[in-house]
Design a protein around this ligand. Structure first.
Ligand code: ATP
Ligand code: MG
Length: 441
């Protein structure tokens, strides 16, 4: 039996990767507008980075790590998320130093690995685009980061999106809330799911996040974290809301929303799609503030804010909203060569066209003209150049503009000398020009 790809992974074939490239290029432009610069960290890291950074009791660390011992018996893990590695790099490279801009802003894009049960939009190797901002507690940082994600979605044409925010408060708020939540949940202990029973004392906030129906019923009546926020936390949340309003970004507050990673405080948010044809509402982007994480990982006390956006889920959302993605790699020219004797000239021609900065493809099988034209149409070539015995003898080539069917004969010399000029001249849309002059008459 032939070997198959591992469960929960995907082969991105060229038709898909064209779409991915479009999304990535669009994202890079927006990230540039916001002055985020790219950071690339290793695909694997010390296991301890995640157990300390993401939290021992999180699903990611307790169940989903792709960890292994290397030949030097070091405990390593394929990265399950991007924030802990970026924080490690921030500390290790002393990016808090005076020579670096503040706040320090980076983004990453790449594969993450989690040992999960694969299903729609849930994979073992998936991809995230994430941003991190270090060094500012200003709620404007929270709001601009959310706005960046919304801008990207809007630019891609997505419409069915909901922004949900919440506050997890500072550590004093959370300790008070934790106690109240445990006190509320304890009498319901026997009705809780097994997972939630375990979480009740280890990490009670995660019970709020349970996907179990009965758990969800119980937490409906649970105390709200919003009633336990310290004055500072309340003020931070109010400012975030005010700024979202100022930018006319619609949002809802869900006091039962928590995040799967343990490092968050103050603002957290999720962006979900409720596109028809997508089934249940799905989170595409999630993040929040993590003011204690840099210190936790050995750096100086530094506030932080970040989010991660699941690219597979984003692609599914684009599909659900039936958004056409433009092809960034359209074919400019297809060279049809009729007869074996045109082989060398066809070679010279495609190479000259490529050197002039256009994309070119040709036939390699000495096929009939009709078959070659069919291929040109399939590849959506803008122009087809045809070389036959006759053209070759006269040093000419037939130039056909596919969108309007216009054909003309041009000299090969002209094509070799300045292909760009020739291409622009022949493909320029004359309709608007003609209409203008006809009206003047
Ligand atoms: P979930 O509740 O769906 O498990 P999470 O809280 O584990 O999500 P995060 O760690 O916040 O997710 O990751 C941010 C985003 O990355 C998610 O909103 C989602 O779009 C994407 N993502 C997370 N896990 C996976 C996965 N296994 N496969 C594909 N995308 C994923
Ligand atoms: Mg998860």
């Amino acid at each position: 039996m032939a070997i198959q790809r591992p469960k929960g992974t995907a082969d991105l074939l060229p038709d898909d990767s064209l779409k991915w490239q479009y999304v990535e290029e669009t994202a890079k432009i927006i990230l540039g507008d916001y002055q985020f610069h790219e950071i690339r960290t290793p695909i694997f890291e010390s296991y301890d980075l995640f157990s300390r950074g993401v939290g021992e009791t999180s699903d990611i660390v307790s169940k989903e790590m792709y960890d292994f011992y290397d030949k030097g018996k070091r405990h390593m893990s394929l990265r399950p998320e991007g924030t802990a590695p970026v924080v490690r790099a921030y500390v290790e490279n002393k990016l808090f130093g005076p020579e670096y801009a503040k706040p320090y802003k980076v983004y990453y894009m790449g594969p993450m690995f989690r040992y999960e049960r694969p299903q729609g939009g849930r994979m073992r190797q998936f991809h995230q685009l994430g941003v991190e901002v270090f060094g500012s507690t200003n709620p404007a940082v929270d709001v601009e980061s959310m706005s960046l994600a919304m801008d990207l979605f809007k630019e891609l044409g997505l419409e069915h999106l909901t922004l949900v925010i919440n506050s997890l408060g500072d550590s004093a708020s959370r300790i008070a809330y934790r106690e109240a939540l445990i006190a509320y949940l304890e009498p319901h202990f026997n009705e809780l799911s097994e997972d939630s029973q375990i979480r009740l004392h280890k990490n009670p906030l995660r019970v709020l996040d349970s996907k179990n129906k009965k758990d969800q019923e119980i937490v409906q009546q649970a105390p709200s974290i919003l009633d336990y926020l310290s004055e500072d936390s309340q003020k931070h949340l109010e400012q975030v809301k005010e700024m979202l309003d100022a930018l006319n970004i619609p949002y809802t507050v869900d006091s039962n929303m928590v995040r799967g990673l343990d490092y968050y405080n103050h603002t957290i948010f999720e962006i979900m799609s409720d596109a028809p044809g997508f089934g249940a509402i799905t989170t595409i982007c999630a993040g929040g503030r993590y003011d204690g994480l840099v210190e936790e990982l050995g750096g100086p006390e530094t506030p932080g804010f970040g989010f991660a956006l699941g690219l597979e889920r984003l692609m599914l959302t684009l599909e659900a909203e039936k958004i056409d993605i433009p092809n960034l790699h359209e074919l400019d020219v297809y060279v049809v060569g009729i007869g074996e004797e045109t082989n060398v000239e066809a070679l010279k021609l495609v190479q000259a066209i490529r050197s002039a900065g256009f994309s070119a493809e040709r036939d390699y099988f000495d096929r009939k003209a009709k078959a070659q034209f069919k291929t040109a149409a399939k590849l959506k070539a803008k122009v087809v150049l045809t070389l036959g015995e006759e053209e070759l003898k006269n040093g000419q080539v037939n130039f056909k503009v596919m969108k309007n069917g216009k054909e003309s004969t041009v000299s090969l010399k002209e094509a070799y000398q300045d292909f760009e000029k020739l291409f622009n001249l022949k493909t320029a849309d004359m309709t608007a020009f003609n209409e203008f002059f006809n009206k003047e008459d």
